[in-house]
Design a protein around this ligand. Structure first.
Ligand SMILES: [Zn+2]
Length: 637
């Protein structure tokens, strides 16, 4: 992989004011994160200790009374996870076969693996950890080599040097032999957490072999010297060019690409540095680094992106590109926080292909209405939604659809995220005076047919967009409103003239992006009646139409992702947008003239056949594309 700094970027000579700001590395070791301090604190005793607060048998004694207190079967029964019949059946089998209750429950598959493990954890009085909640620190991993972890079936995930403890996930937290061995080897007291067998298998396979954590752990090991050495200011320049820090930056970028991340966040906290990736729109904590590498890591990234490394009190922007199989542009921004500088890197893939409108999730009447609107040679089409709702991607899809050698398309963007062949794309630069408004003004002298302005956020841009549309241009832009109908009152609030607005608007699209259910672990389930009621209420006649498309007398079922290795146990992979497309009809134009509120406009649009964003989402839920939780998460903003 090449990391090429932007042209002209040379490391700044170190200045004196770095001395004062220089962190004092080498004082103490890092203080790795404690994931569940409360649970750890309340743990009655070290399980390896002599006084176990429970008996190491997981089954209630067959000789005990009907409901022996604290038995695994009883815990499950009391939680409502087992019915009375199932409870009785297990009792009988335990008594007659001498088998463990846990094995019988597993064999009968009456209880989900997670529920069973959670009940077992409660019964054993140890904390329960799911793989998705597990952040493994490289240092913890470093303490227990993979063969040992595999042999003793445990995954180390966090070290607490102050209290001399190591937290581990185990399928059998009562395995005293394993606990004893690892305690002797590490010299730390073990705090066992219960994990499911399938989570442990994934953890041992993935976290130990070629994960971000392992790679960085390796680098940190190589940089053992760096760990111990007190970094002198005169050496800082050398340290940040040194292999380990450069390697960590490379590794972070390579893994971000591999895991389809759109952004990398490097965040200093009081005692550690947290690295999170945004994947499918959601942040995931991927790595915890010792605080001592923070300064050097940030400086390395600042040098690559041409920022001033000695400026730590003001936010800065920069960019660089790197190649790992494909070329990626990175937009970097830094922000001073109380614990140090935070860096966010946005990855913009050069080869990223612009998706077609149907790939985004547009279909049926909404797709047809939008396609009709973009064929009109003039007018304004707006895409609305909050930040991160996929507006820009939709605009790119539209532009690539209408880009032909016969039309002149100019865009004003912040930032240019994809490059579209044949389109003149301009990056705004407010510091140099190139804003959306000033750019738009000069555009009109460039004889364009189609103009895309990244965002309408003030009166000046609104007026220019209207003027452009009325002089025969097709104008696309975005606006921050929650619904399609809300865009029109918002533009009137920005002092748009109602008559001109009504004559220039062609269509408004509102959208959000939801995660797709992972296809590798999608499962069907029967939703609770109140969820079905909610779906019926939101969809109205659309629900009846959907019911008719199904074989009669099948109960309504929904889908969800169970979580698997393909989706890093999240149950989701990839994204799908949900839309409402509102053509500005004659009747809606009249409502603009009357300065009608959004509610009145929306009612008219519904009468004219618009499907609301939430309805579109619910239809995608019924089809098993996304989950009801996702639609509620994104649509109710
Ligand atoms: Zn999956």
């Amino acid at each position: 992989m090449d990391i090429s700094p932007a042209p002209g970027s040379l490391p700044n000579p170190l200045s004196l004011n770095q001395i004062g700001n220089q962190a004092t590395p080498g004082l103490d070791g890092p203080n790795p994160q404690i994931l569940t301090p409360a649970a750890n604190d309340s743990l009655p005793a070290n399980l390896a200790g002599a006084n176990l607060p429970f008996t190491p048998s997981l089954e209630p004694s067959p000789l005990a009374g009907n409901h022996p207190v604290g038995g695994l079967v009883d815990v499950l029964f009391n939680q409502g996870k087992l019915s009375q019949t199932q409870y009785d059946e297990i009792k009988v089998e335990v008594a007659s076969s001498n088998r463990q209750a846990e094995d019988i429950i597993k064999e009968k598959e009456w209880v989900a693996e997670d529920d069973l493990a959670e009940a077992k954890a409660q019964y054993l009085n140890v904390p329960f950890k799911k793989l998705s909640d597990l952040t493994v620190s490289p240092e913890a991993l470093n303490l227990v080599p993979q063969p040992v972890a595999s042999r003793y079936q445990l995954i180390p995930f966090s070290v607490d040097k102050k209290n001399n403890t190591l937290s581990v996930g185990m399928v059998n937290p009562l395995d005293l032999k394993a606990i004893d061995f690892v305690e002797k080897k590490t010299g730390l007291r073990l705090i066992p957490h219960l994990v499911t067998a399938s989570d442990l298998t994934i953890a041992l396979e993935e976290i130990y072999t070629r994960s971000l954590t392992t790679e960085v752990t390796e680098v940190l090991k190589e940089s053992g010297e760096l760990e111990r050495r007190t970094i002198d200011v005169s050496q800082l320049g050398e340290v940040i060019r040194e292999a380990p820090i450069a390697k960590i930056v490379e590794t972070l970028l390579t893994f971000a690409l591999k895991s389809r991340a759109s952004d990398i966040h490097i965040e200093p906290q009081e005692d550690r540095t947290r690295v999170r990736y945004r994947i499918d729109g959601i942040l995931h904590e991927k790595l915890v680094l010792p605080k001592r590498v923070h300064e050097a890591l940030i400086s390395r990234i600042k040098i690559l992106s041409r920022m001033k490394i000695d400026e730590r009190r003001l936010p800065q922007d920069g960019r660089f590109s790197f190649r790992a199989g494909e070329e990626v542009d990175l937009r970097i921004s830094s922000l001073p926080t109380v614990h140090g500088e935070k860096i966010v890197m946005r990855l913009l893939k050069k080869s990223a292909k612009v998706p077609q409108l149907p790939d985004l999730g547009l279909r049926g009447r909404a797709l047809k209405n939008l396609e009709d609107a973009i064929l009109v040679p003039h007018g304004i089409i707006l895409i609305t939604g909050p930040t991160g709702s996929g507006k820009t991607t939709t605009l790119y899809s539209i532009l690539s659809k209408i880009s032909t050698p016969r039309v002149n398309i100019i865009t004003l963007e912040d930032p240019v995220e994809y490059e579209i062949p044949g389109v003149n794309q301009v990056q705004i630069n407010p510091q140099a005076g190139l804003t959306f408004a000033s750019g738009l003004r000069s555009f009109l002298r460039q004889d364009p047919n189609i103009i895309m302005v990244g965002e309408i956020r003030d009166r000046e841009t609104t007026d220019l967009a209207i003027q452009a549309s009325l002089t025969g241009h097709l104008v696309f832009s975005t606006l921050h409103t929650n619904s399609a109908s809300g865009a029109l009152p918002r533009l009137l609030d920005m002092q748009a003239e109602p008559f001109l607005l009504a004559s220039s608007m062609t269509a408004v699209v509102a959208q959000r992006v939801a995660r797709r259910i992972c296809e590798h672990c999608r499962e069907e389930y029967t939703p609770p009646p109140e969820v079905v009621q909610d779906i019926k209420k939101v969809l109205g006649s659309l629900y009846d139409a959907w019911l008719k498309s199904r074989p009669p007398s099948t109960p309504p079922s929904l889908h969800r992702g169970k979580g698997c290795t393909e989706c890093s146990d999240t149950g989701y992979s990839g994204r799908i947008a949900i839309f409402e497309v509102m053509p500005v009809s004659e009747k809606i134009g009249r409502l603009i003239l009357e300065r009608s509120p959004a509610g009145v406009i929306e009612k008219m649009a519904l009468e004219e056949g618009m499907i609301l964003m939430k309805q579109d989402g619910y239809l995608k839920v019924l089809e098993g594309i996304t989950s009801i939780e996702e639609v509620l998460r994104v649509a109710e903003v």
